[in-house]
Design a protein. Structure first.
Length: 300
């Protein structure tokens, strides 16, 4: 039901309450016993030493009580109307972009989820046939409901998974979107500990991970939020320093990086396997056959 329609109906309800307050005869609302008692008392002289007669006091109390009940009902209706309008108004179309479809030799299978609903391609043709997108309705904090279900279909244990995504105001991956919008923010989540080689990047060295150890055995699956729930409040604050959170309607699920028990890794963006090179922070590419141990590895 549209918000305006709901509001008009509730406003009409308020008007009916107001008219009822004016038109209601309190005497009609009293029960027959109280009315008969009042009538009997009216036939007798009022004892002025007792102040206001019982009938008058009883009627006044009933009047106040009824008015309080009607006002309380009106306040409840008003609150419900406001909550309903805000909930509907904050819902809008969101778009998730996945830059890589699974290949036969990928070590994992990934499902995108909005809460308990699996998100699938909406069939929109994209220039890169290895990518897909889907549109769905959600509220302003829609990012907190997004997750990836990652299943290990390889023969090796997974010891660490890192998810990285980009948030924007428009689906920049579409050719017709010009100019390309800047990134509104980035999401990052990690489970497990990255190997030593992944703690180096160029001339920078990062401290060891403090995350708990993690293992995903072959055949098992694990659900990961796209954004670490502990970091979402800070992410929202950073975004709202520049624009309303309601403006962030699109997300590019950029990359999932998987590390294995033997120190090798796989990156979803280009479906590539690699192993640590001699230089810290450097990686040597491997074919699937090399990574799986089906032939001797070679430097590339």
């Amino acid at each position: 039901m549209p918000v305006n329609g709901s509001y008009r109906k509730l406003s009409h309800f308020h008007c009916k309450i107001a008219i009822t307050l004016k038109q209601t005869h309190i005497g009609d609302l009293l029960n027959a016993k109280s009315g008969a008692a009042c009538l009997a008392r009216q036939r007798k002289p009022v004892d002025h030493r007792r102040g206001v007669g019982f009938c008058a006091v009883h009627t006044e109390v009933q009047t106040v009580r009824i008015r309080m009940i009607l006002v309380f009902l009106a306040l409840i209706a008003s609150c419900l109307a406001s909550a309903f309008a805000q909930g509907v108004a904050s819902t809008s179309t969101k778009t998730l972009f996945i830059p890589g479809l699974p290949l036969a030799n990928d070590p994992v299978r990934i499902k995108a989820m909005d809460g308990t609903t699996e998100l699938k391609s909406d069939g929109r043709p994209l220039p890169n046939h290895y990518s897909w997108e889907t549109a769905f309705d959600a509220g302003d904090d829609w990012i907190t409901n997004l997750s990836f279900v990652i299943k290990n279909v390889s023969a090796k244990k997974i010891t660490c998974i890192v998810i990285f995504s980009v948030l924007t105001e428009a689906p920049f991956w579409r050719e017709e979107i010009q100019p390309k919008p800047p990134a509104a923010g980035f999401t990052l989540n990690q489970v497990g500990q990255k190997p030593e080689q992944a703690l180096h990047s160029g001339d920078r060295t990062f401290p060891p991970d403090t995350e708990a150890s993690f293992e995903l055995a072959p055949g098992e699956e694990f659900t990961m939020p796209i954004e670490d729930p502990r970091d979402y409040s800070a992410l929202r604050e950073r975004i709202e320093e520049r624009l309303p959170i309601s403006s962030v309607t699109d997300i590019d699920g950029q990359a999932v990086t998987v590390f294995f028990e033997d120190g090798t890794r796989w990156v979803s963006l280009n479906h590539s396997y690699s192993r640590p090179a001699e230089q810290p922070g450097e990686w040597t590419k491997l074919s699937y056959e090399e990574w799986a141990g089906k032939q001797k590895s070679s430097e590339q």
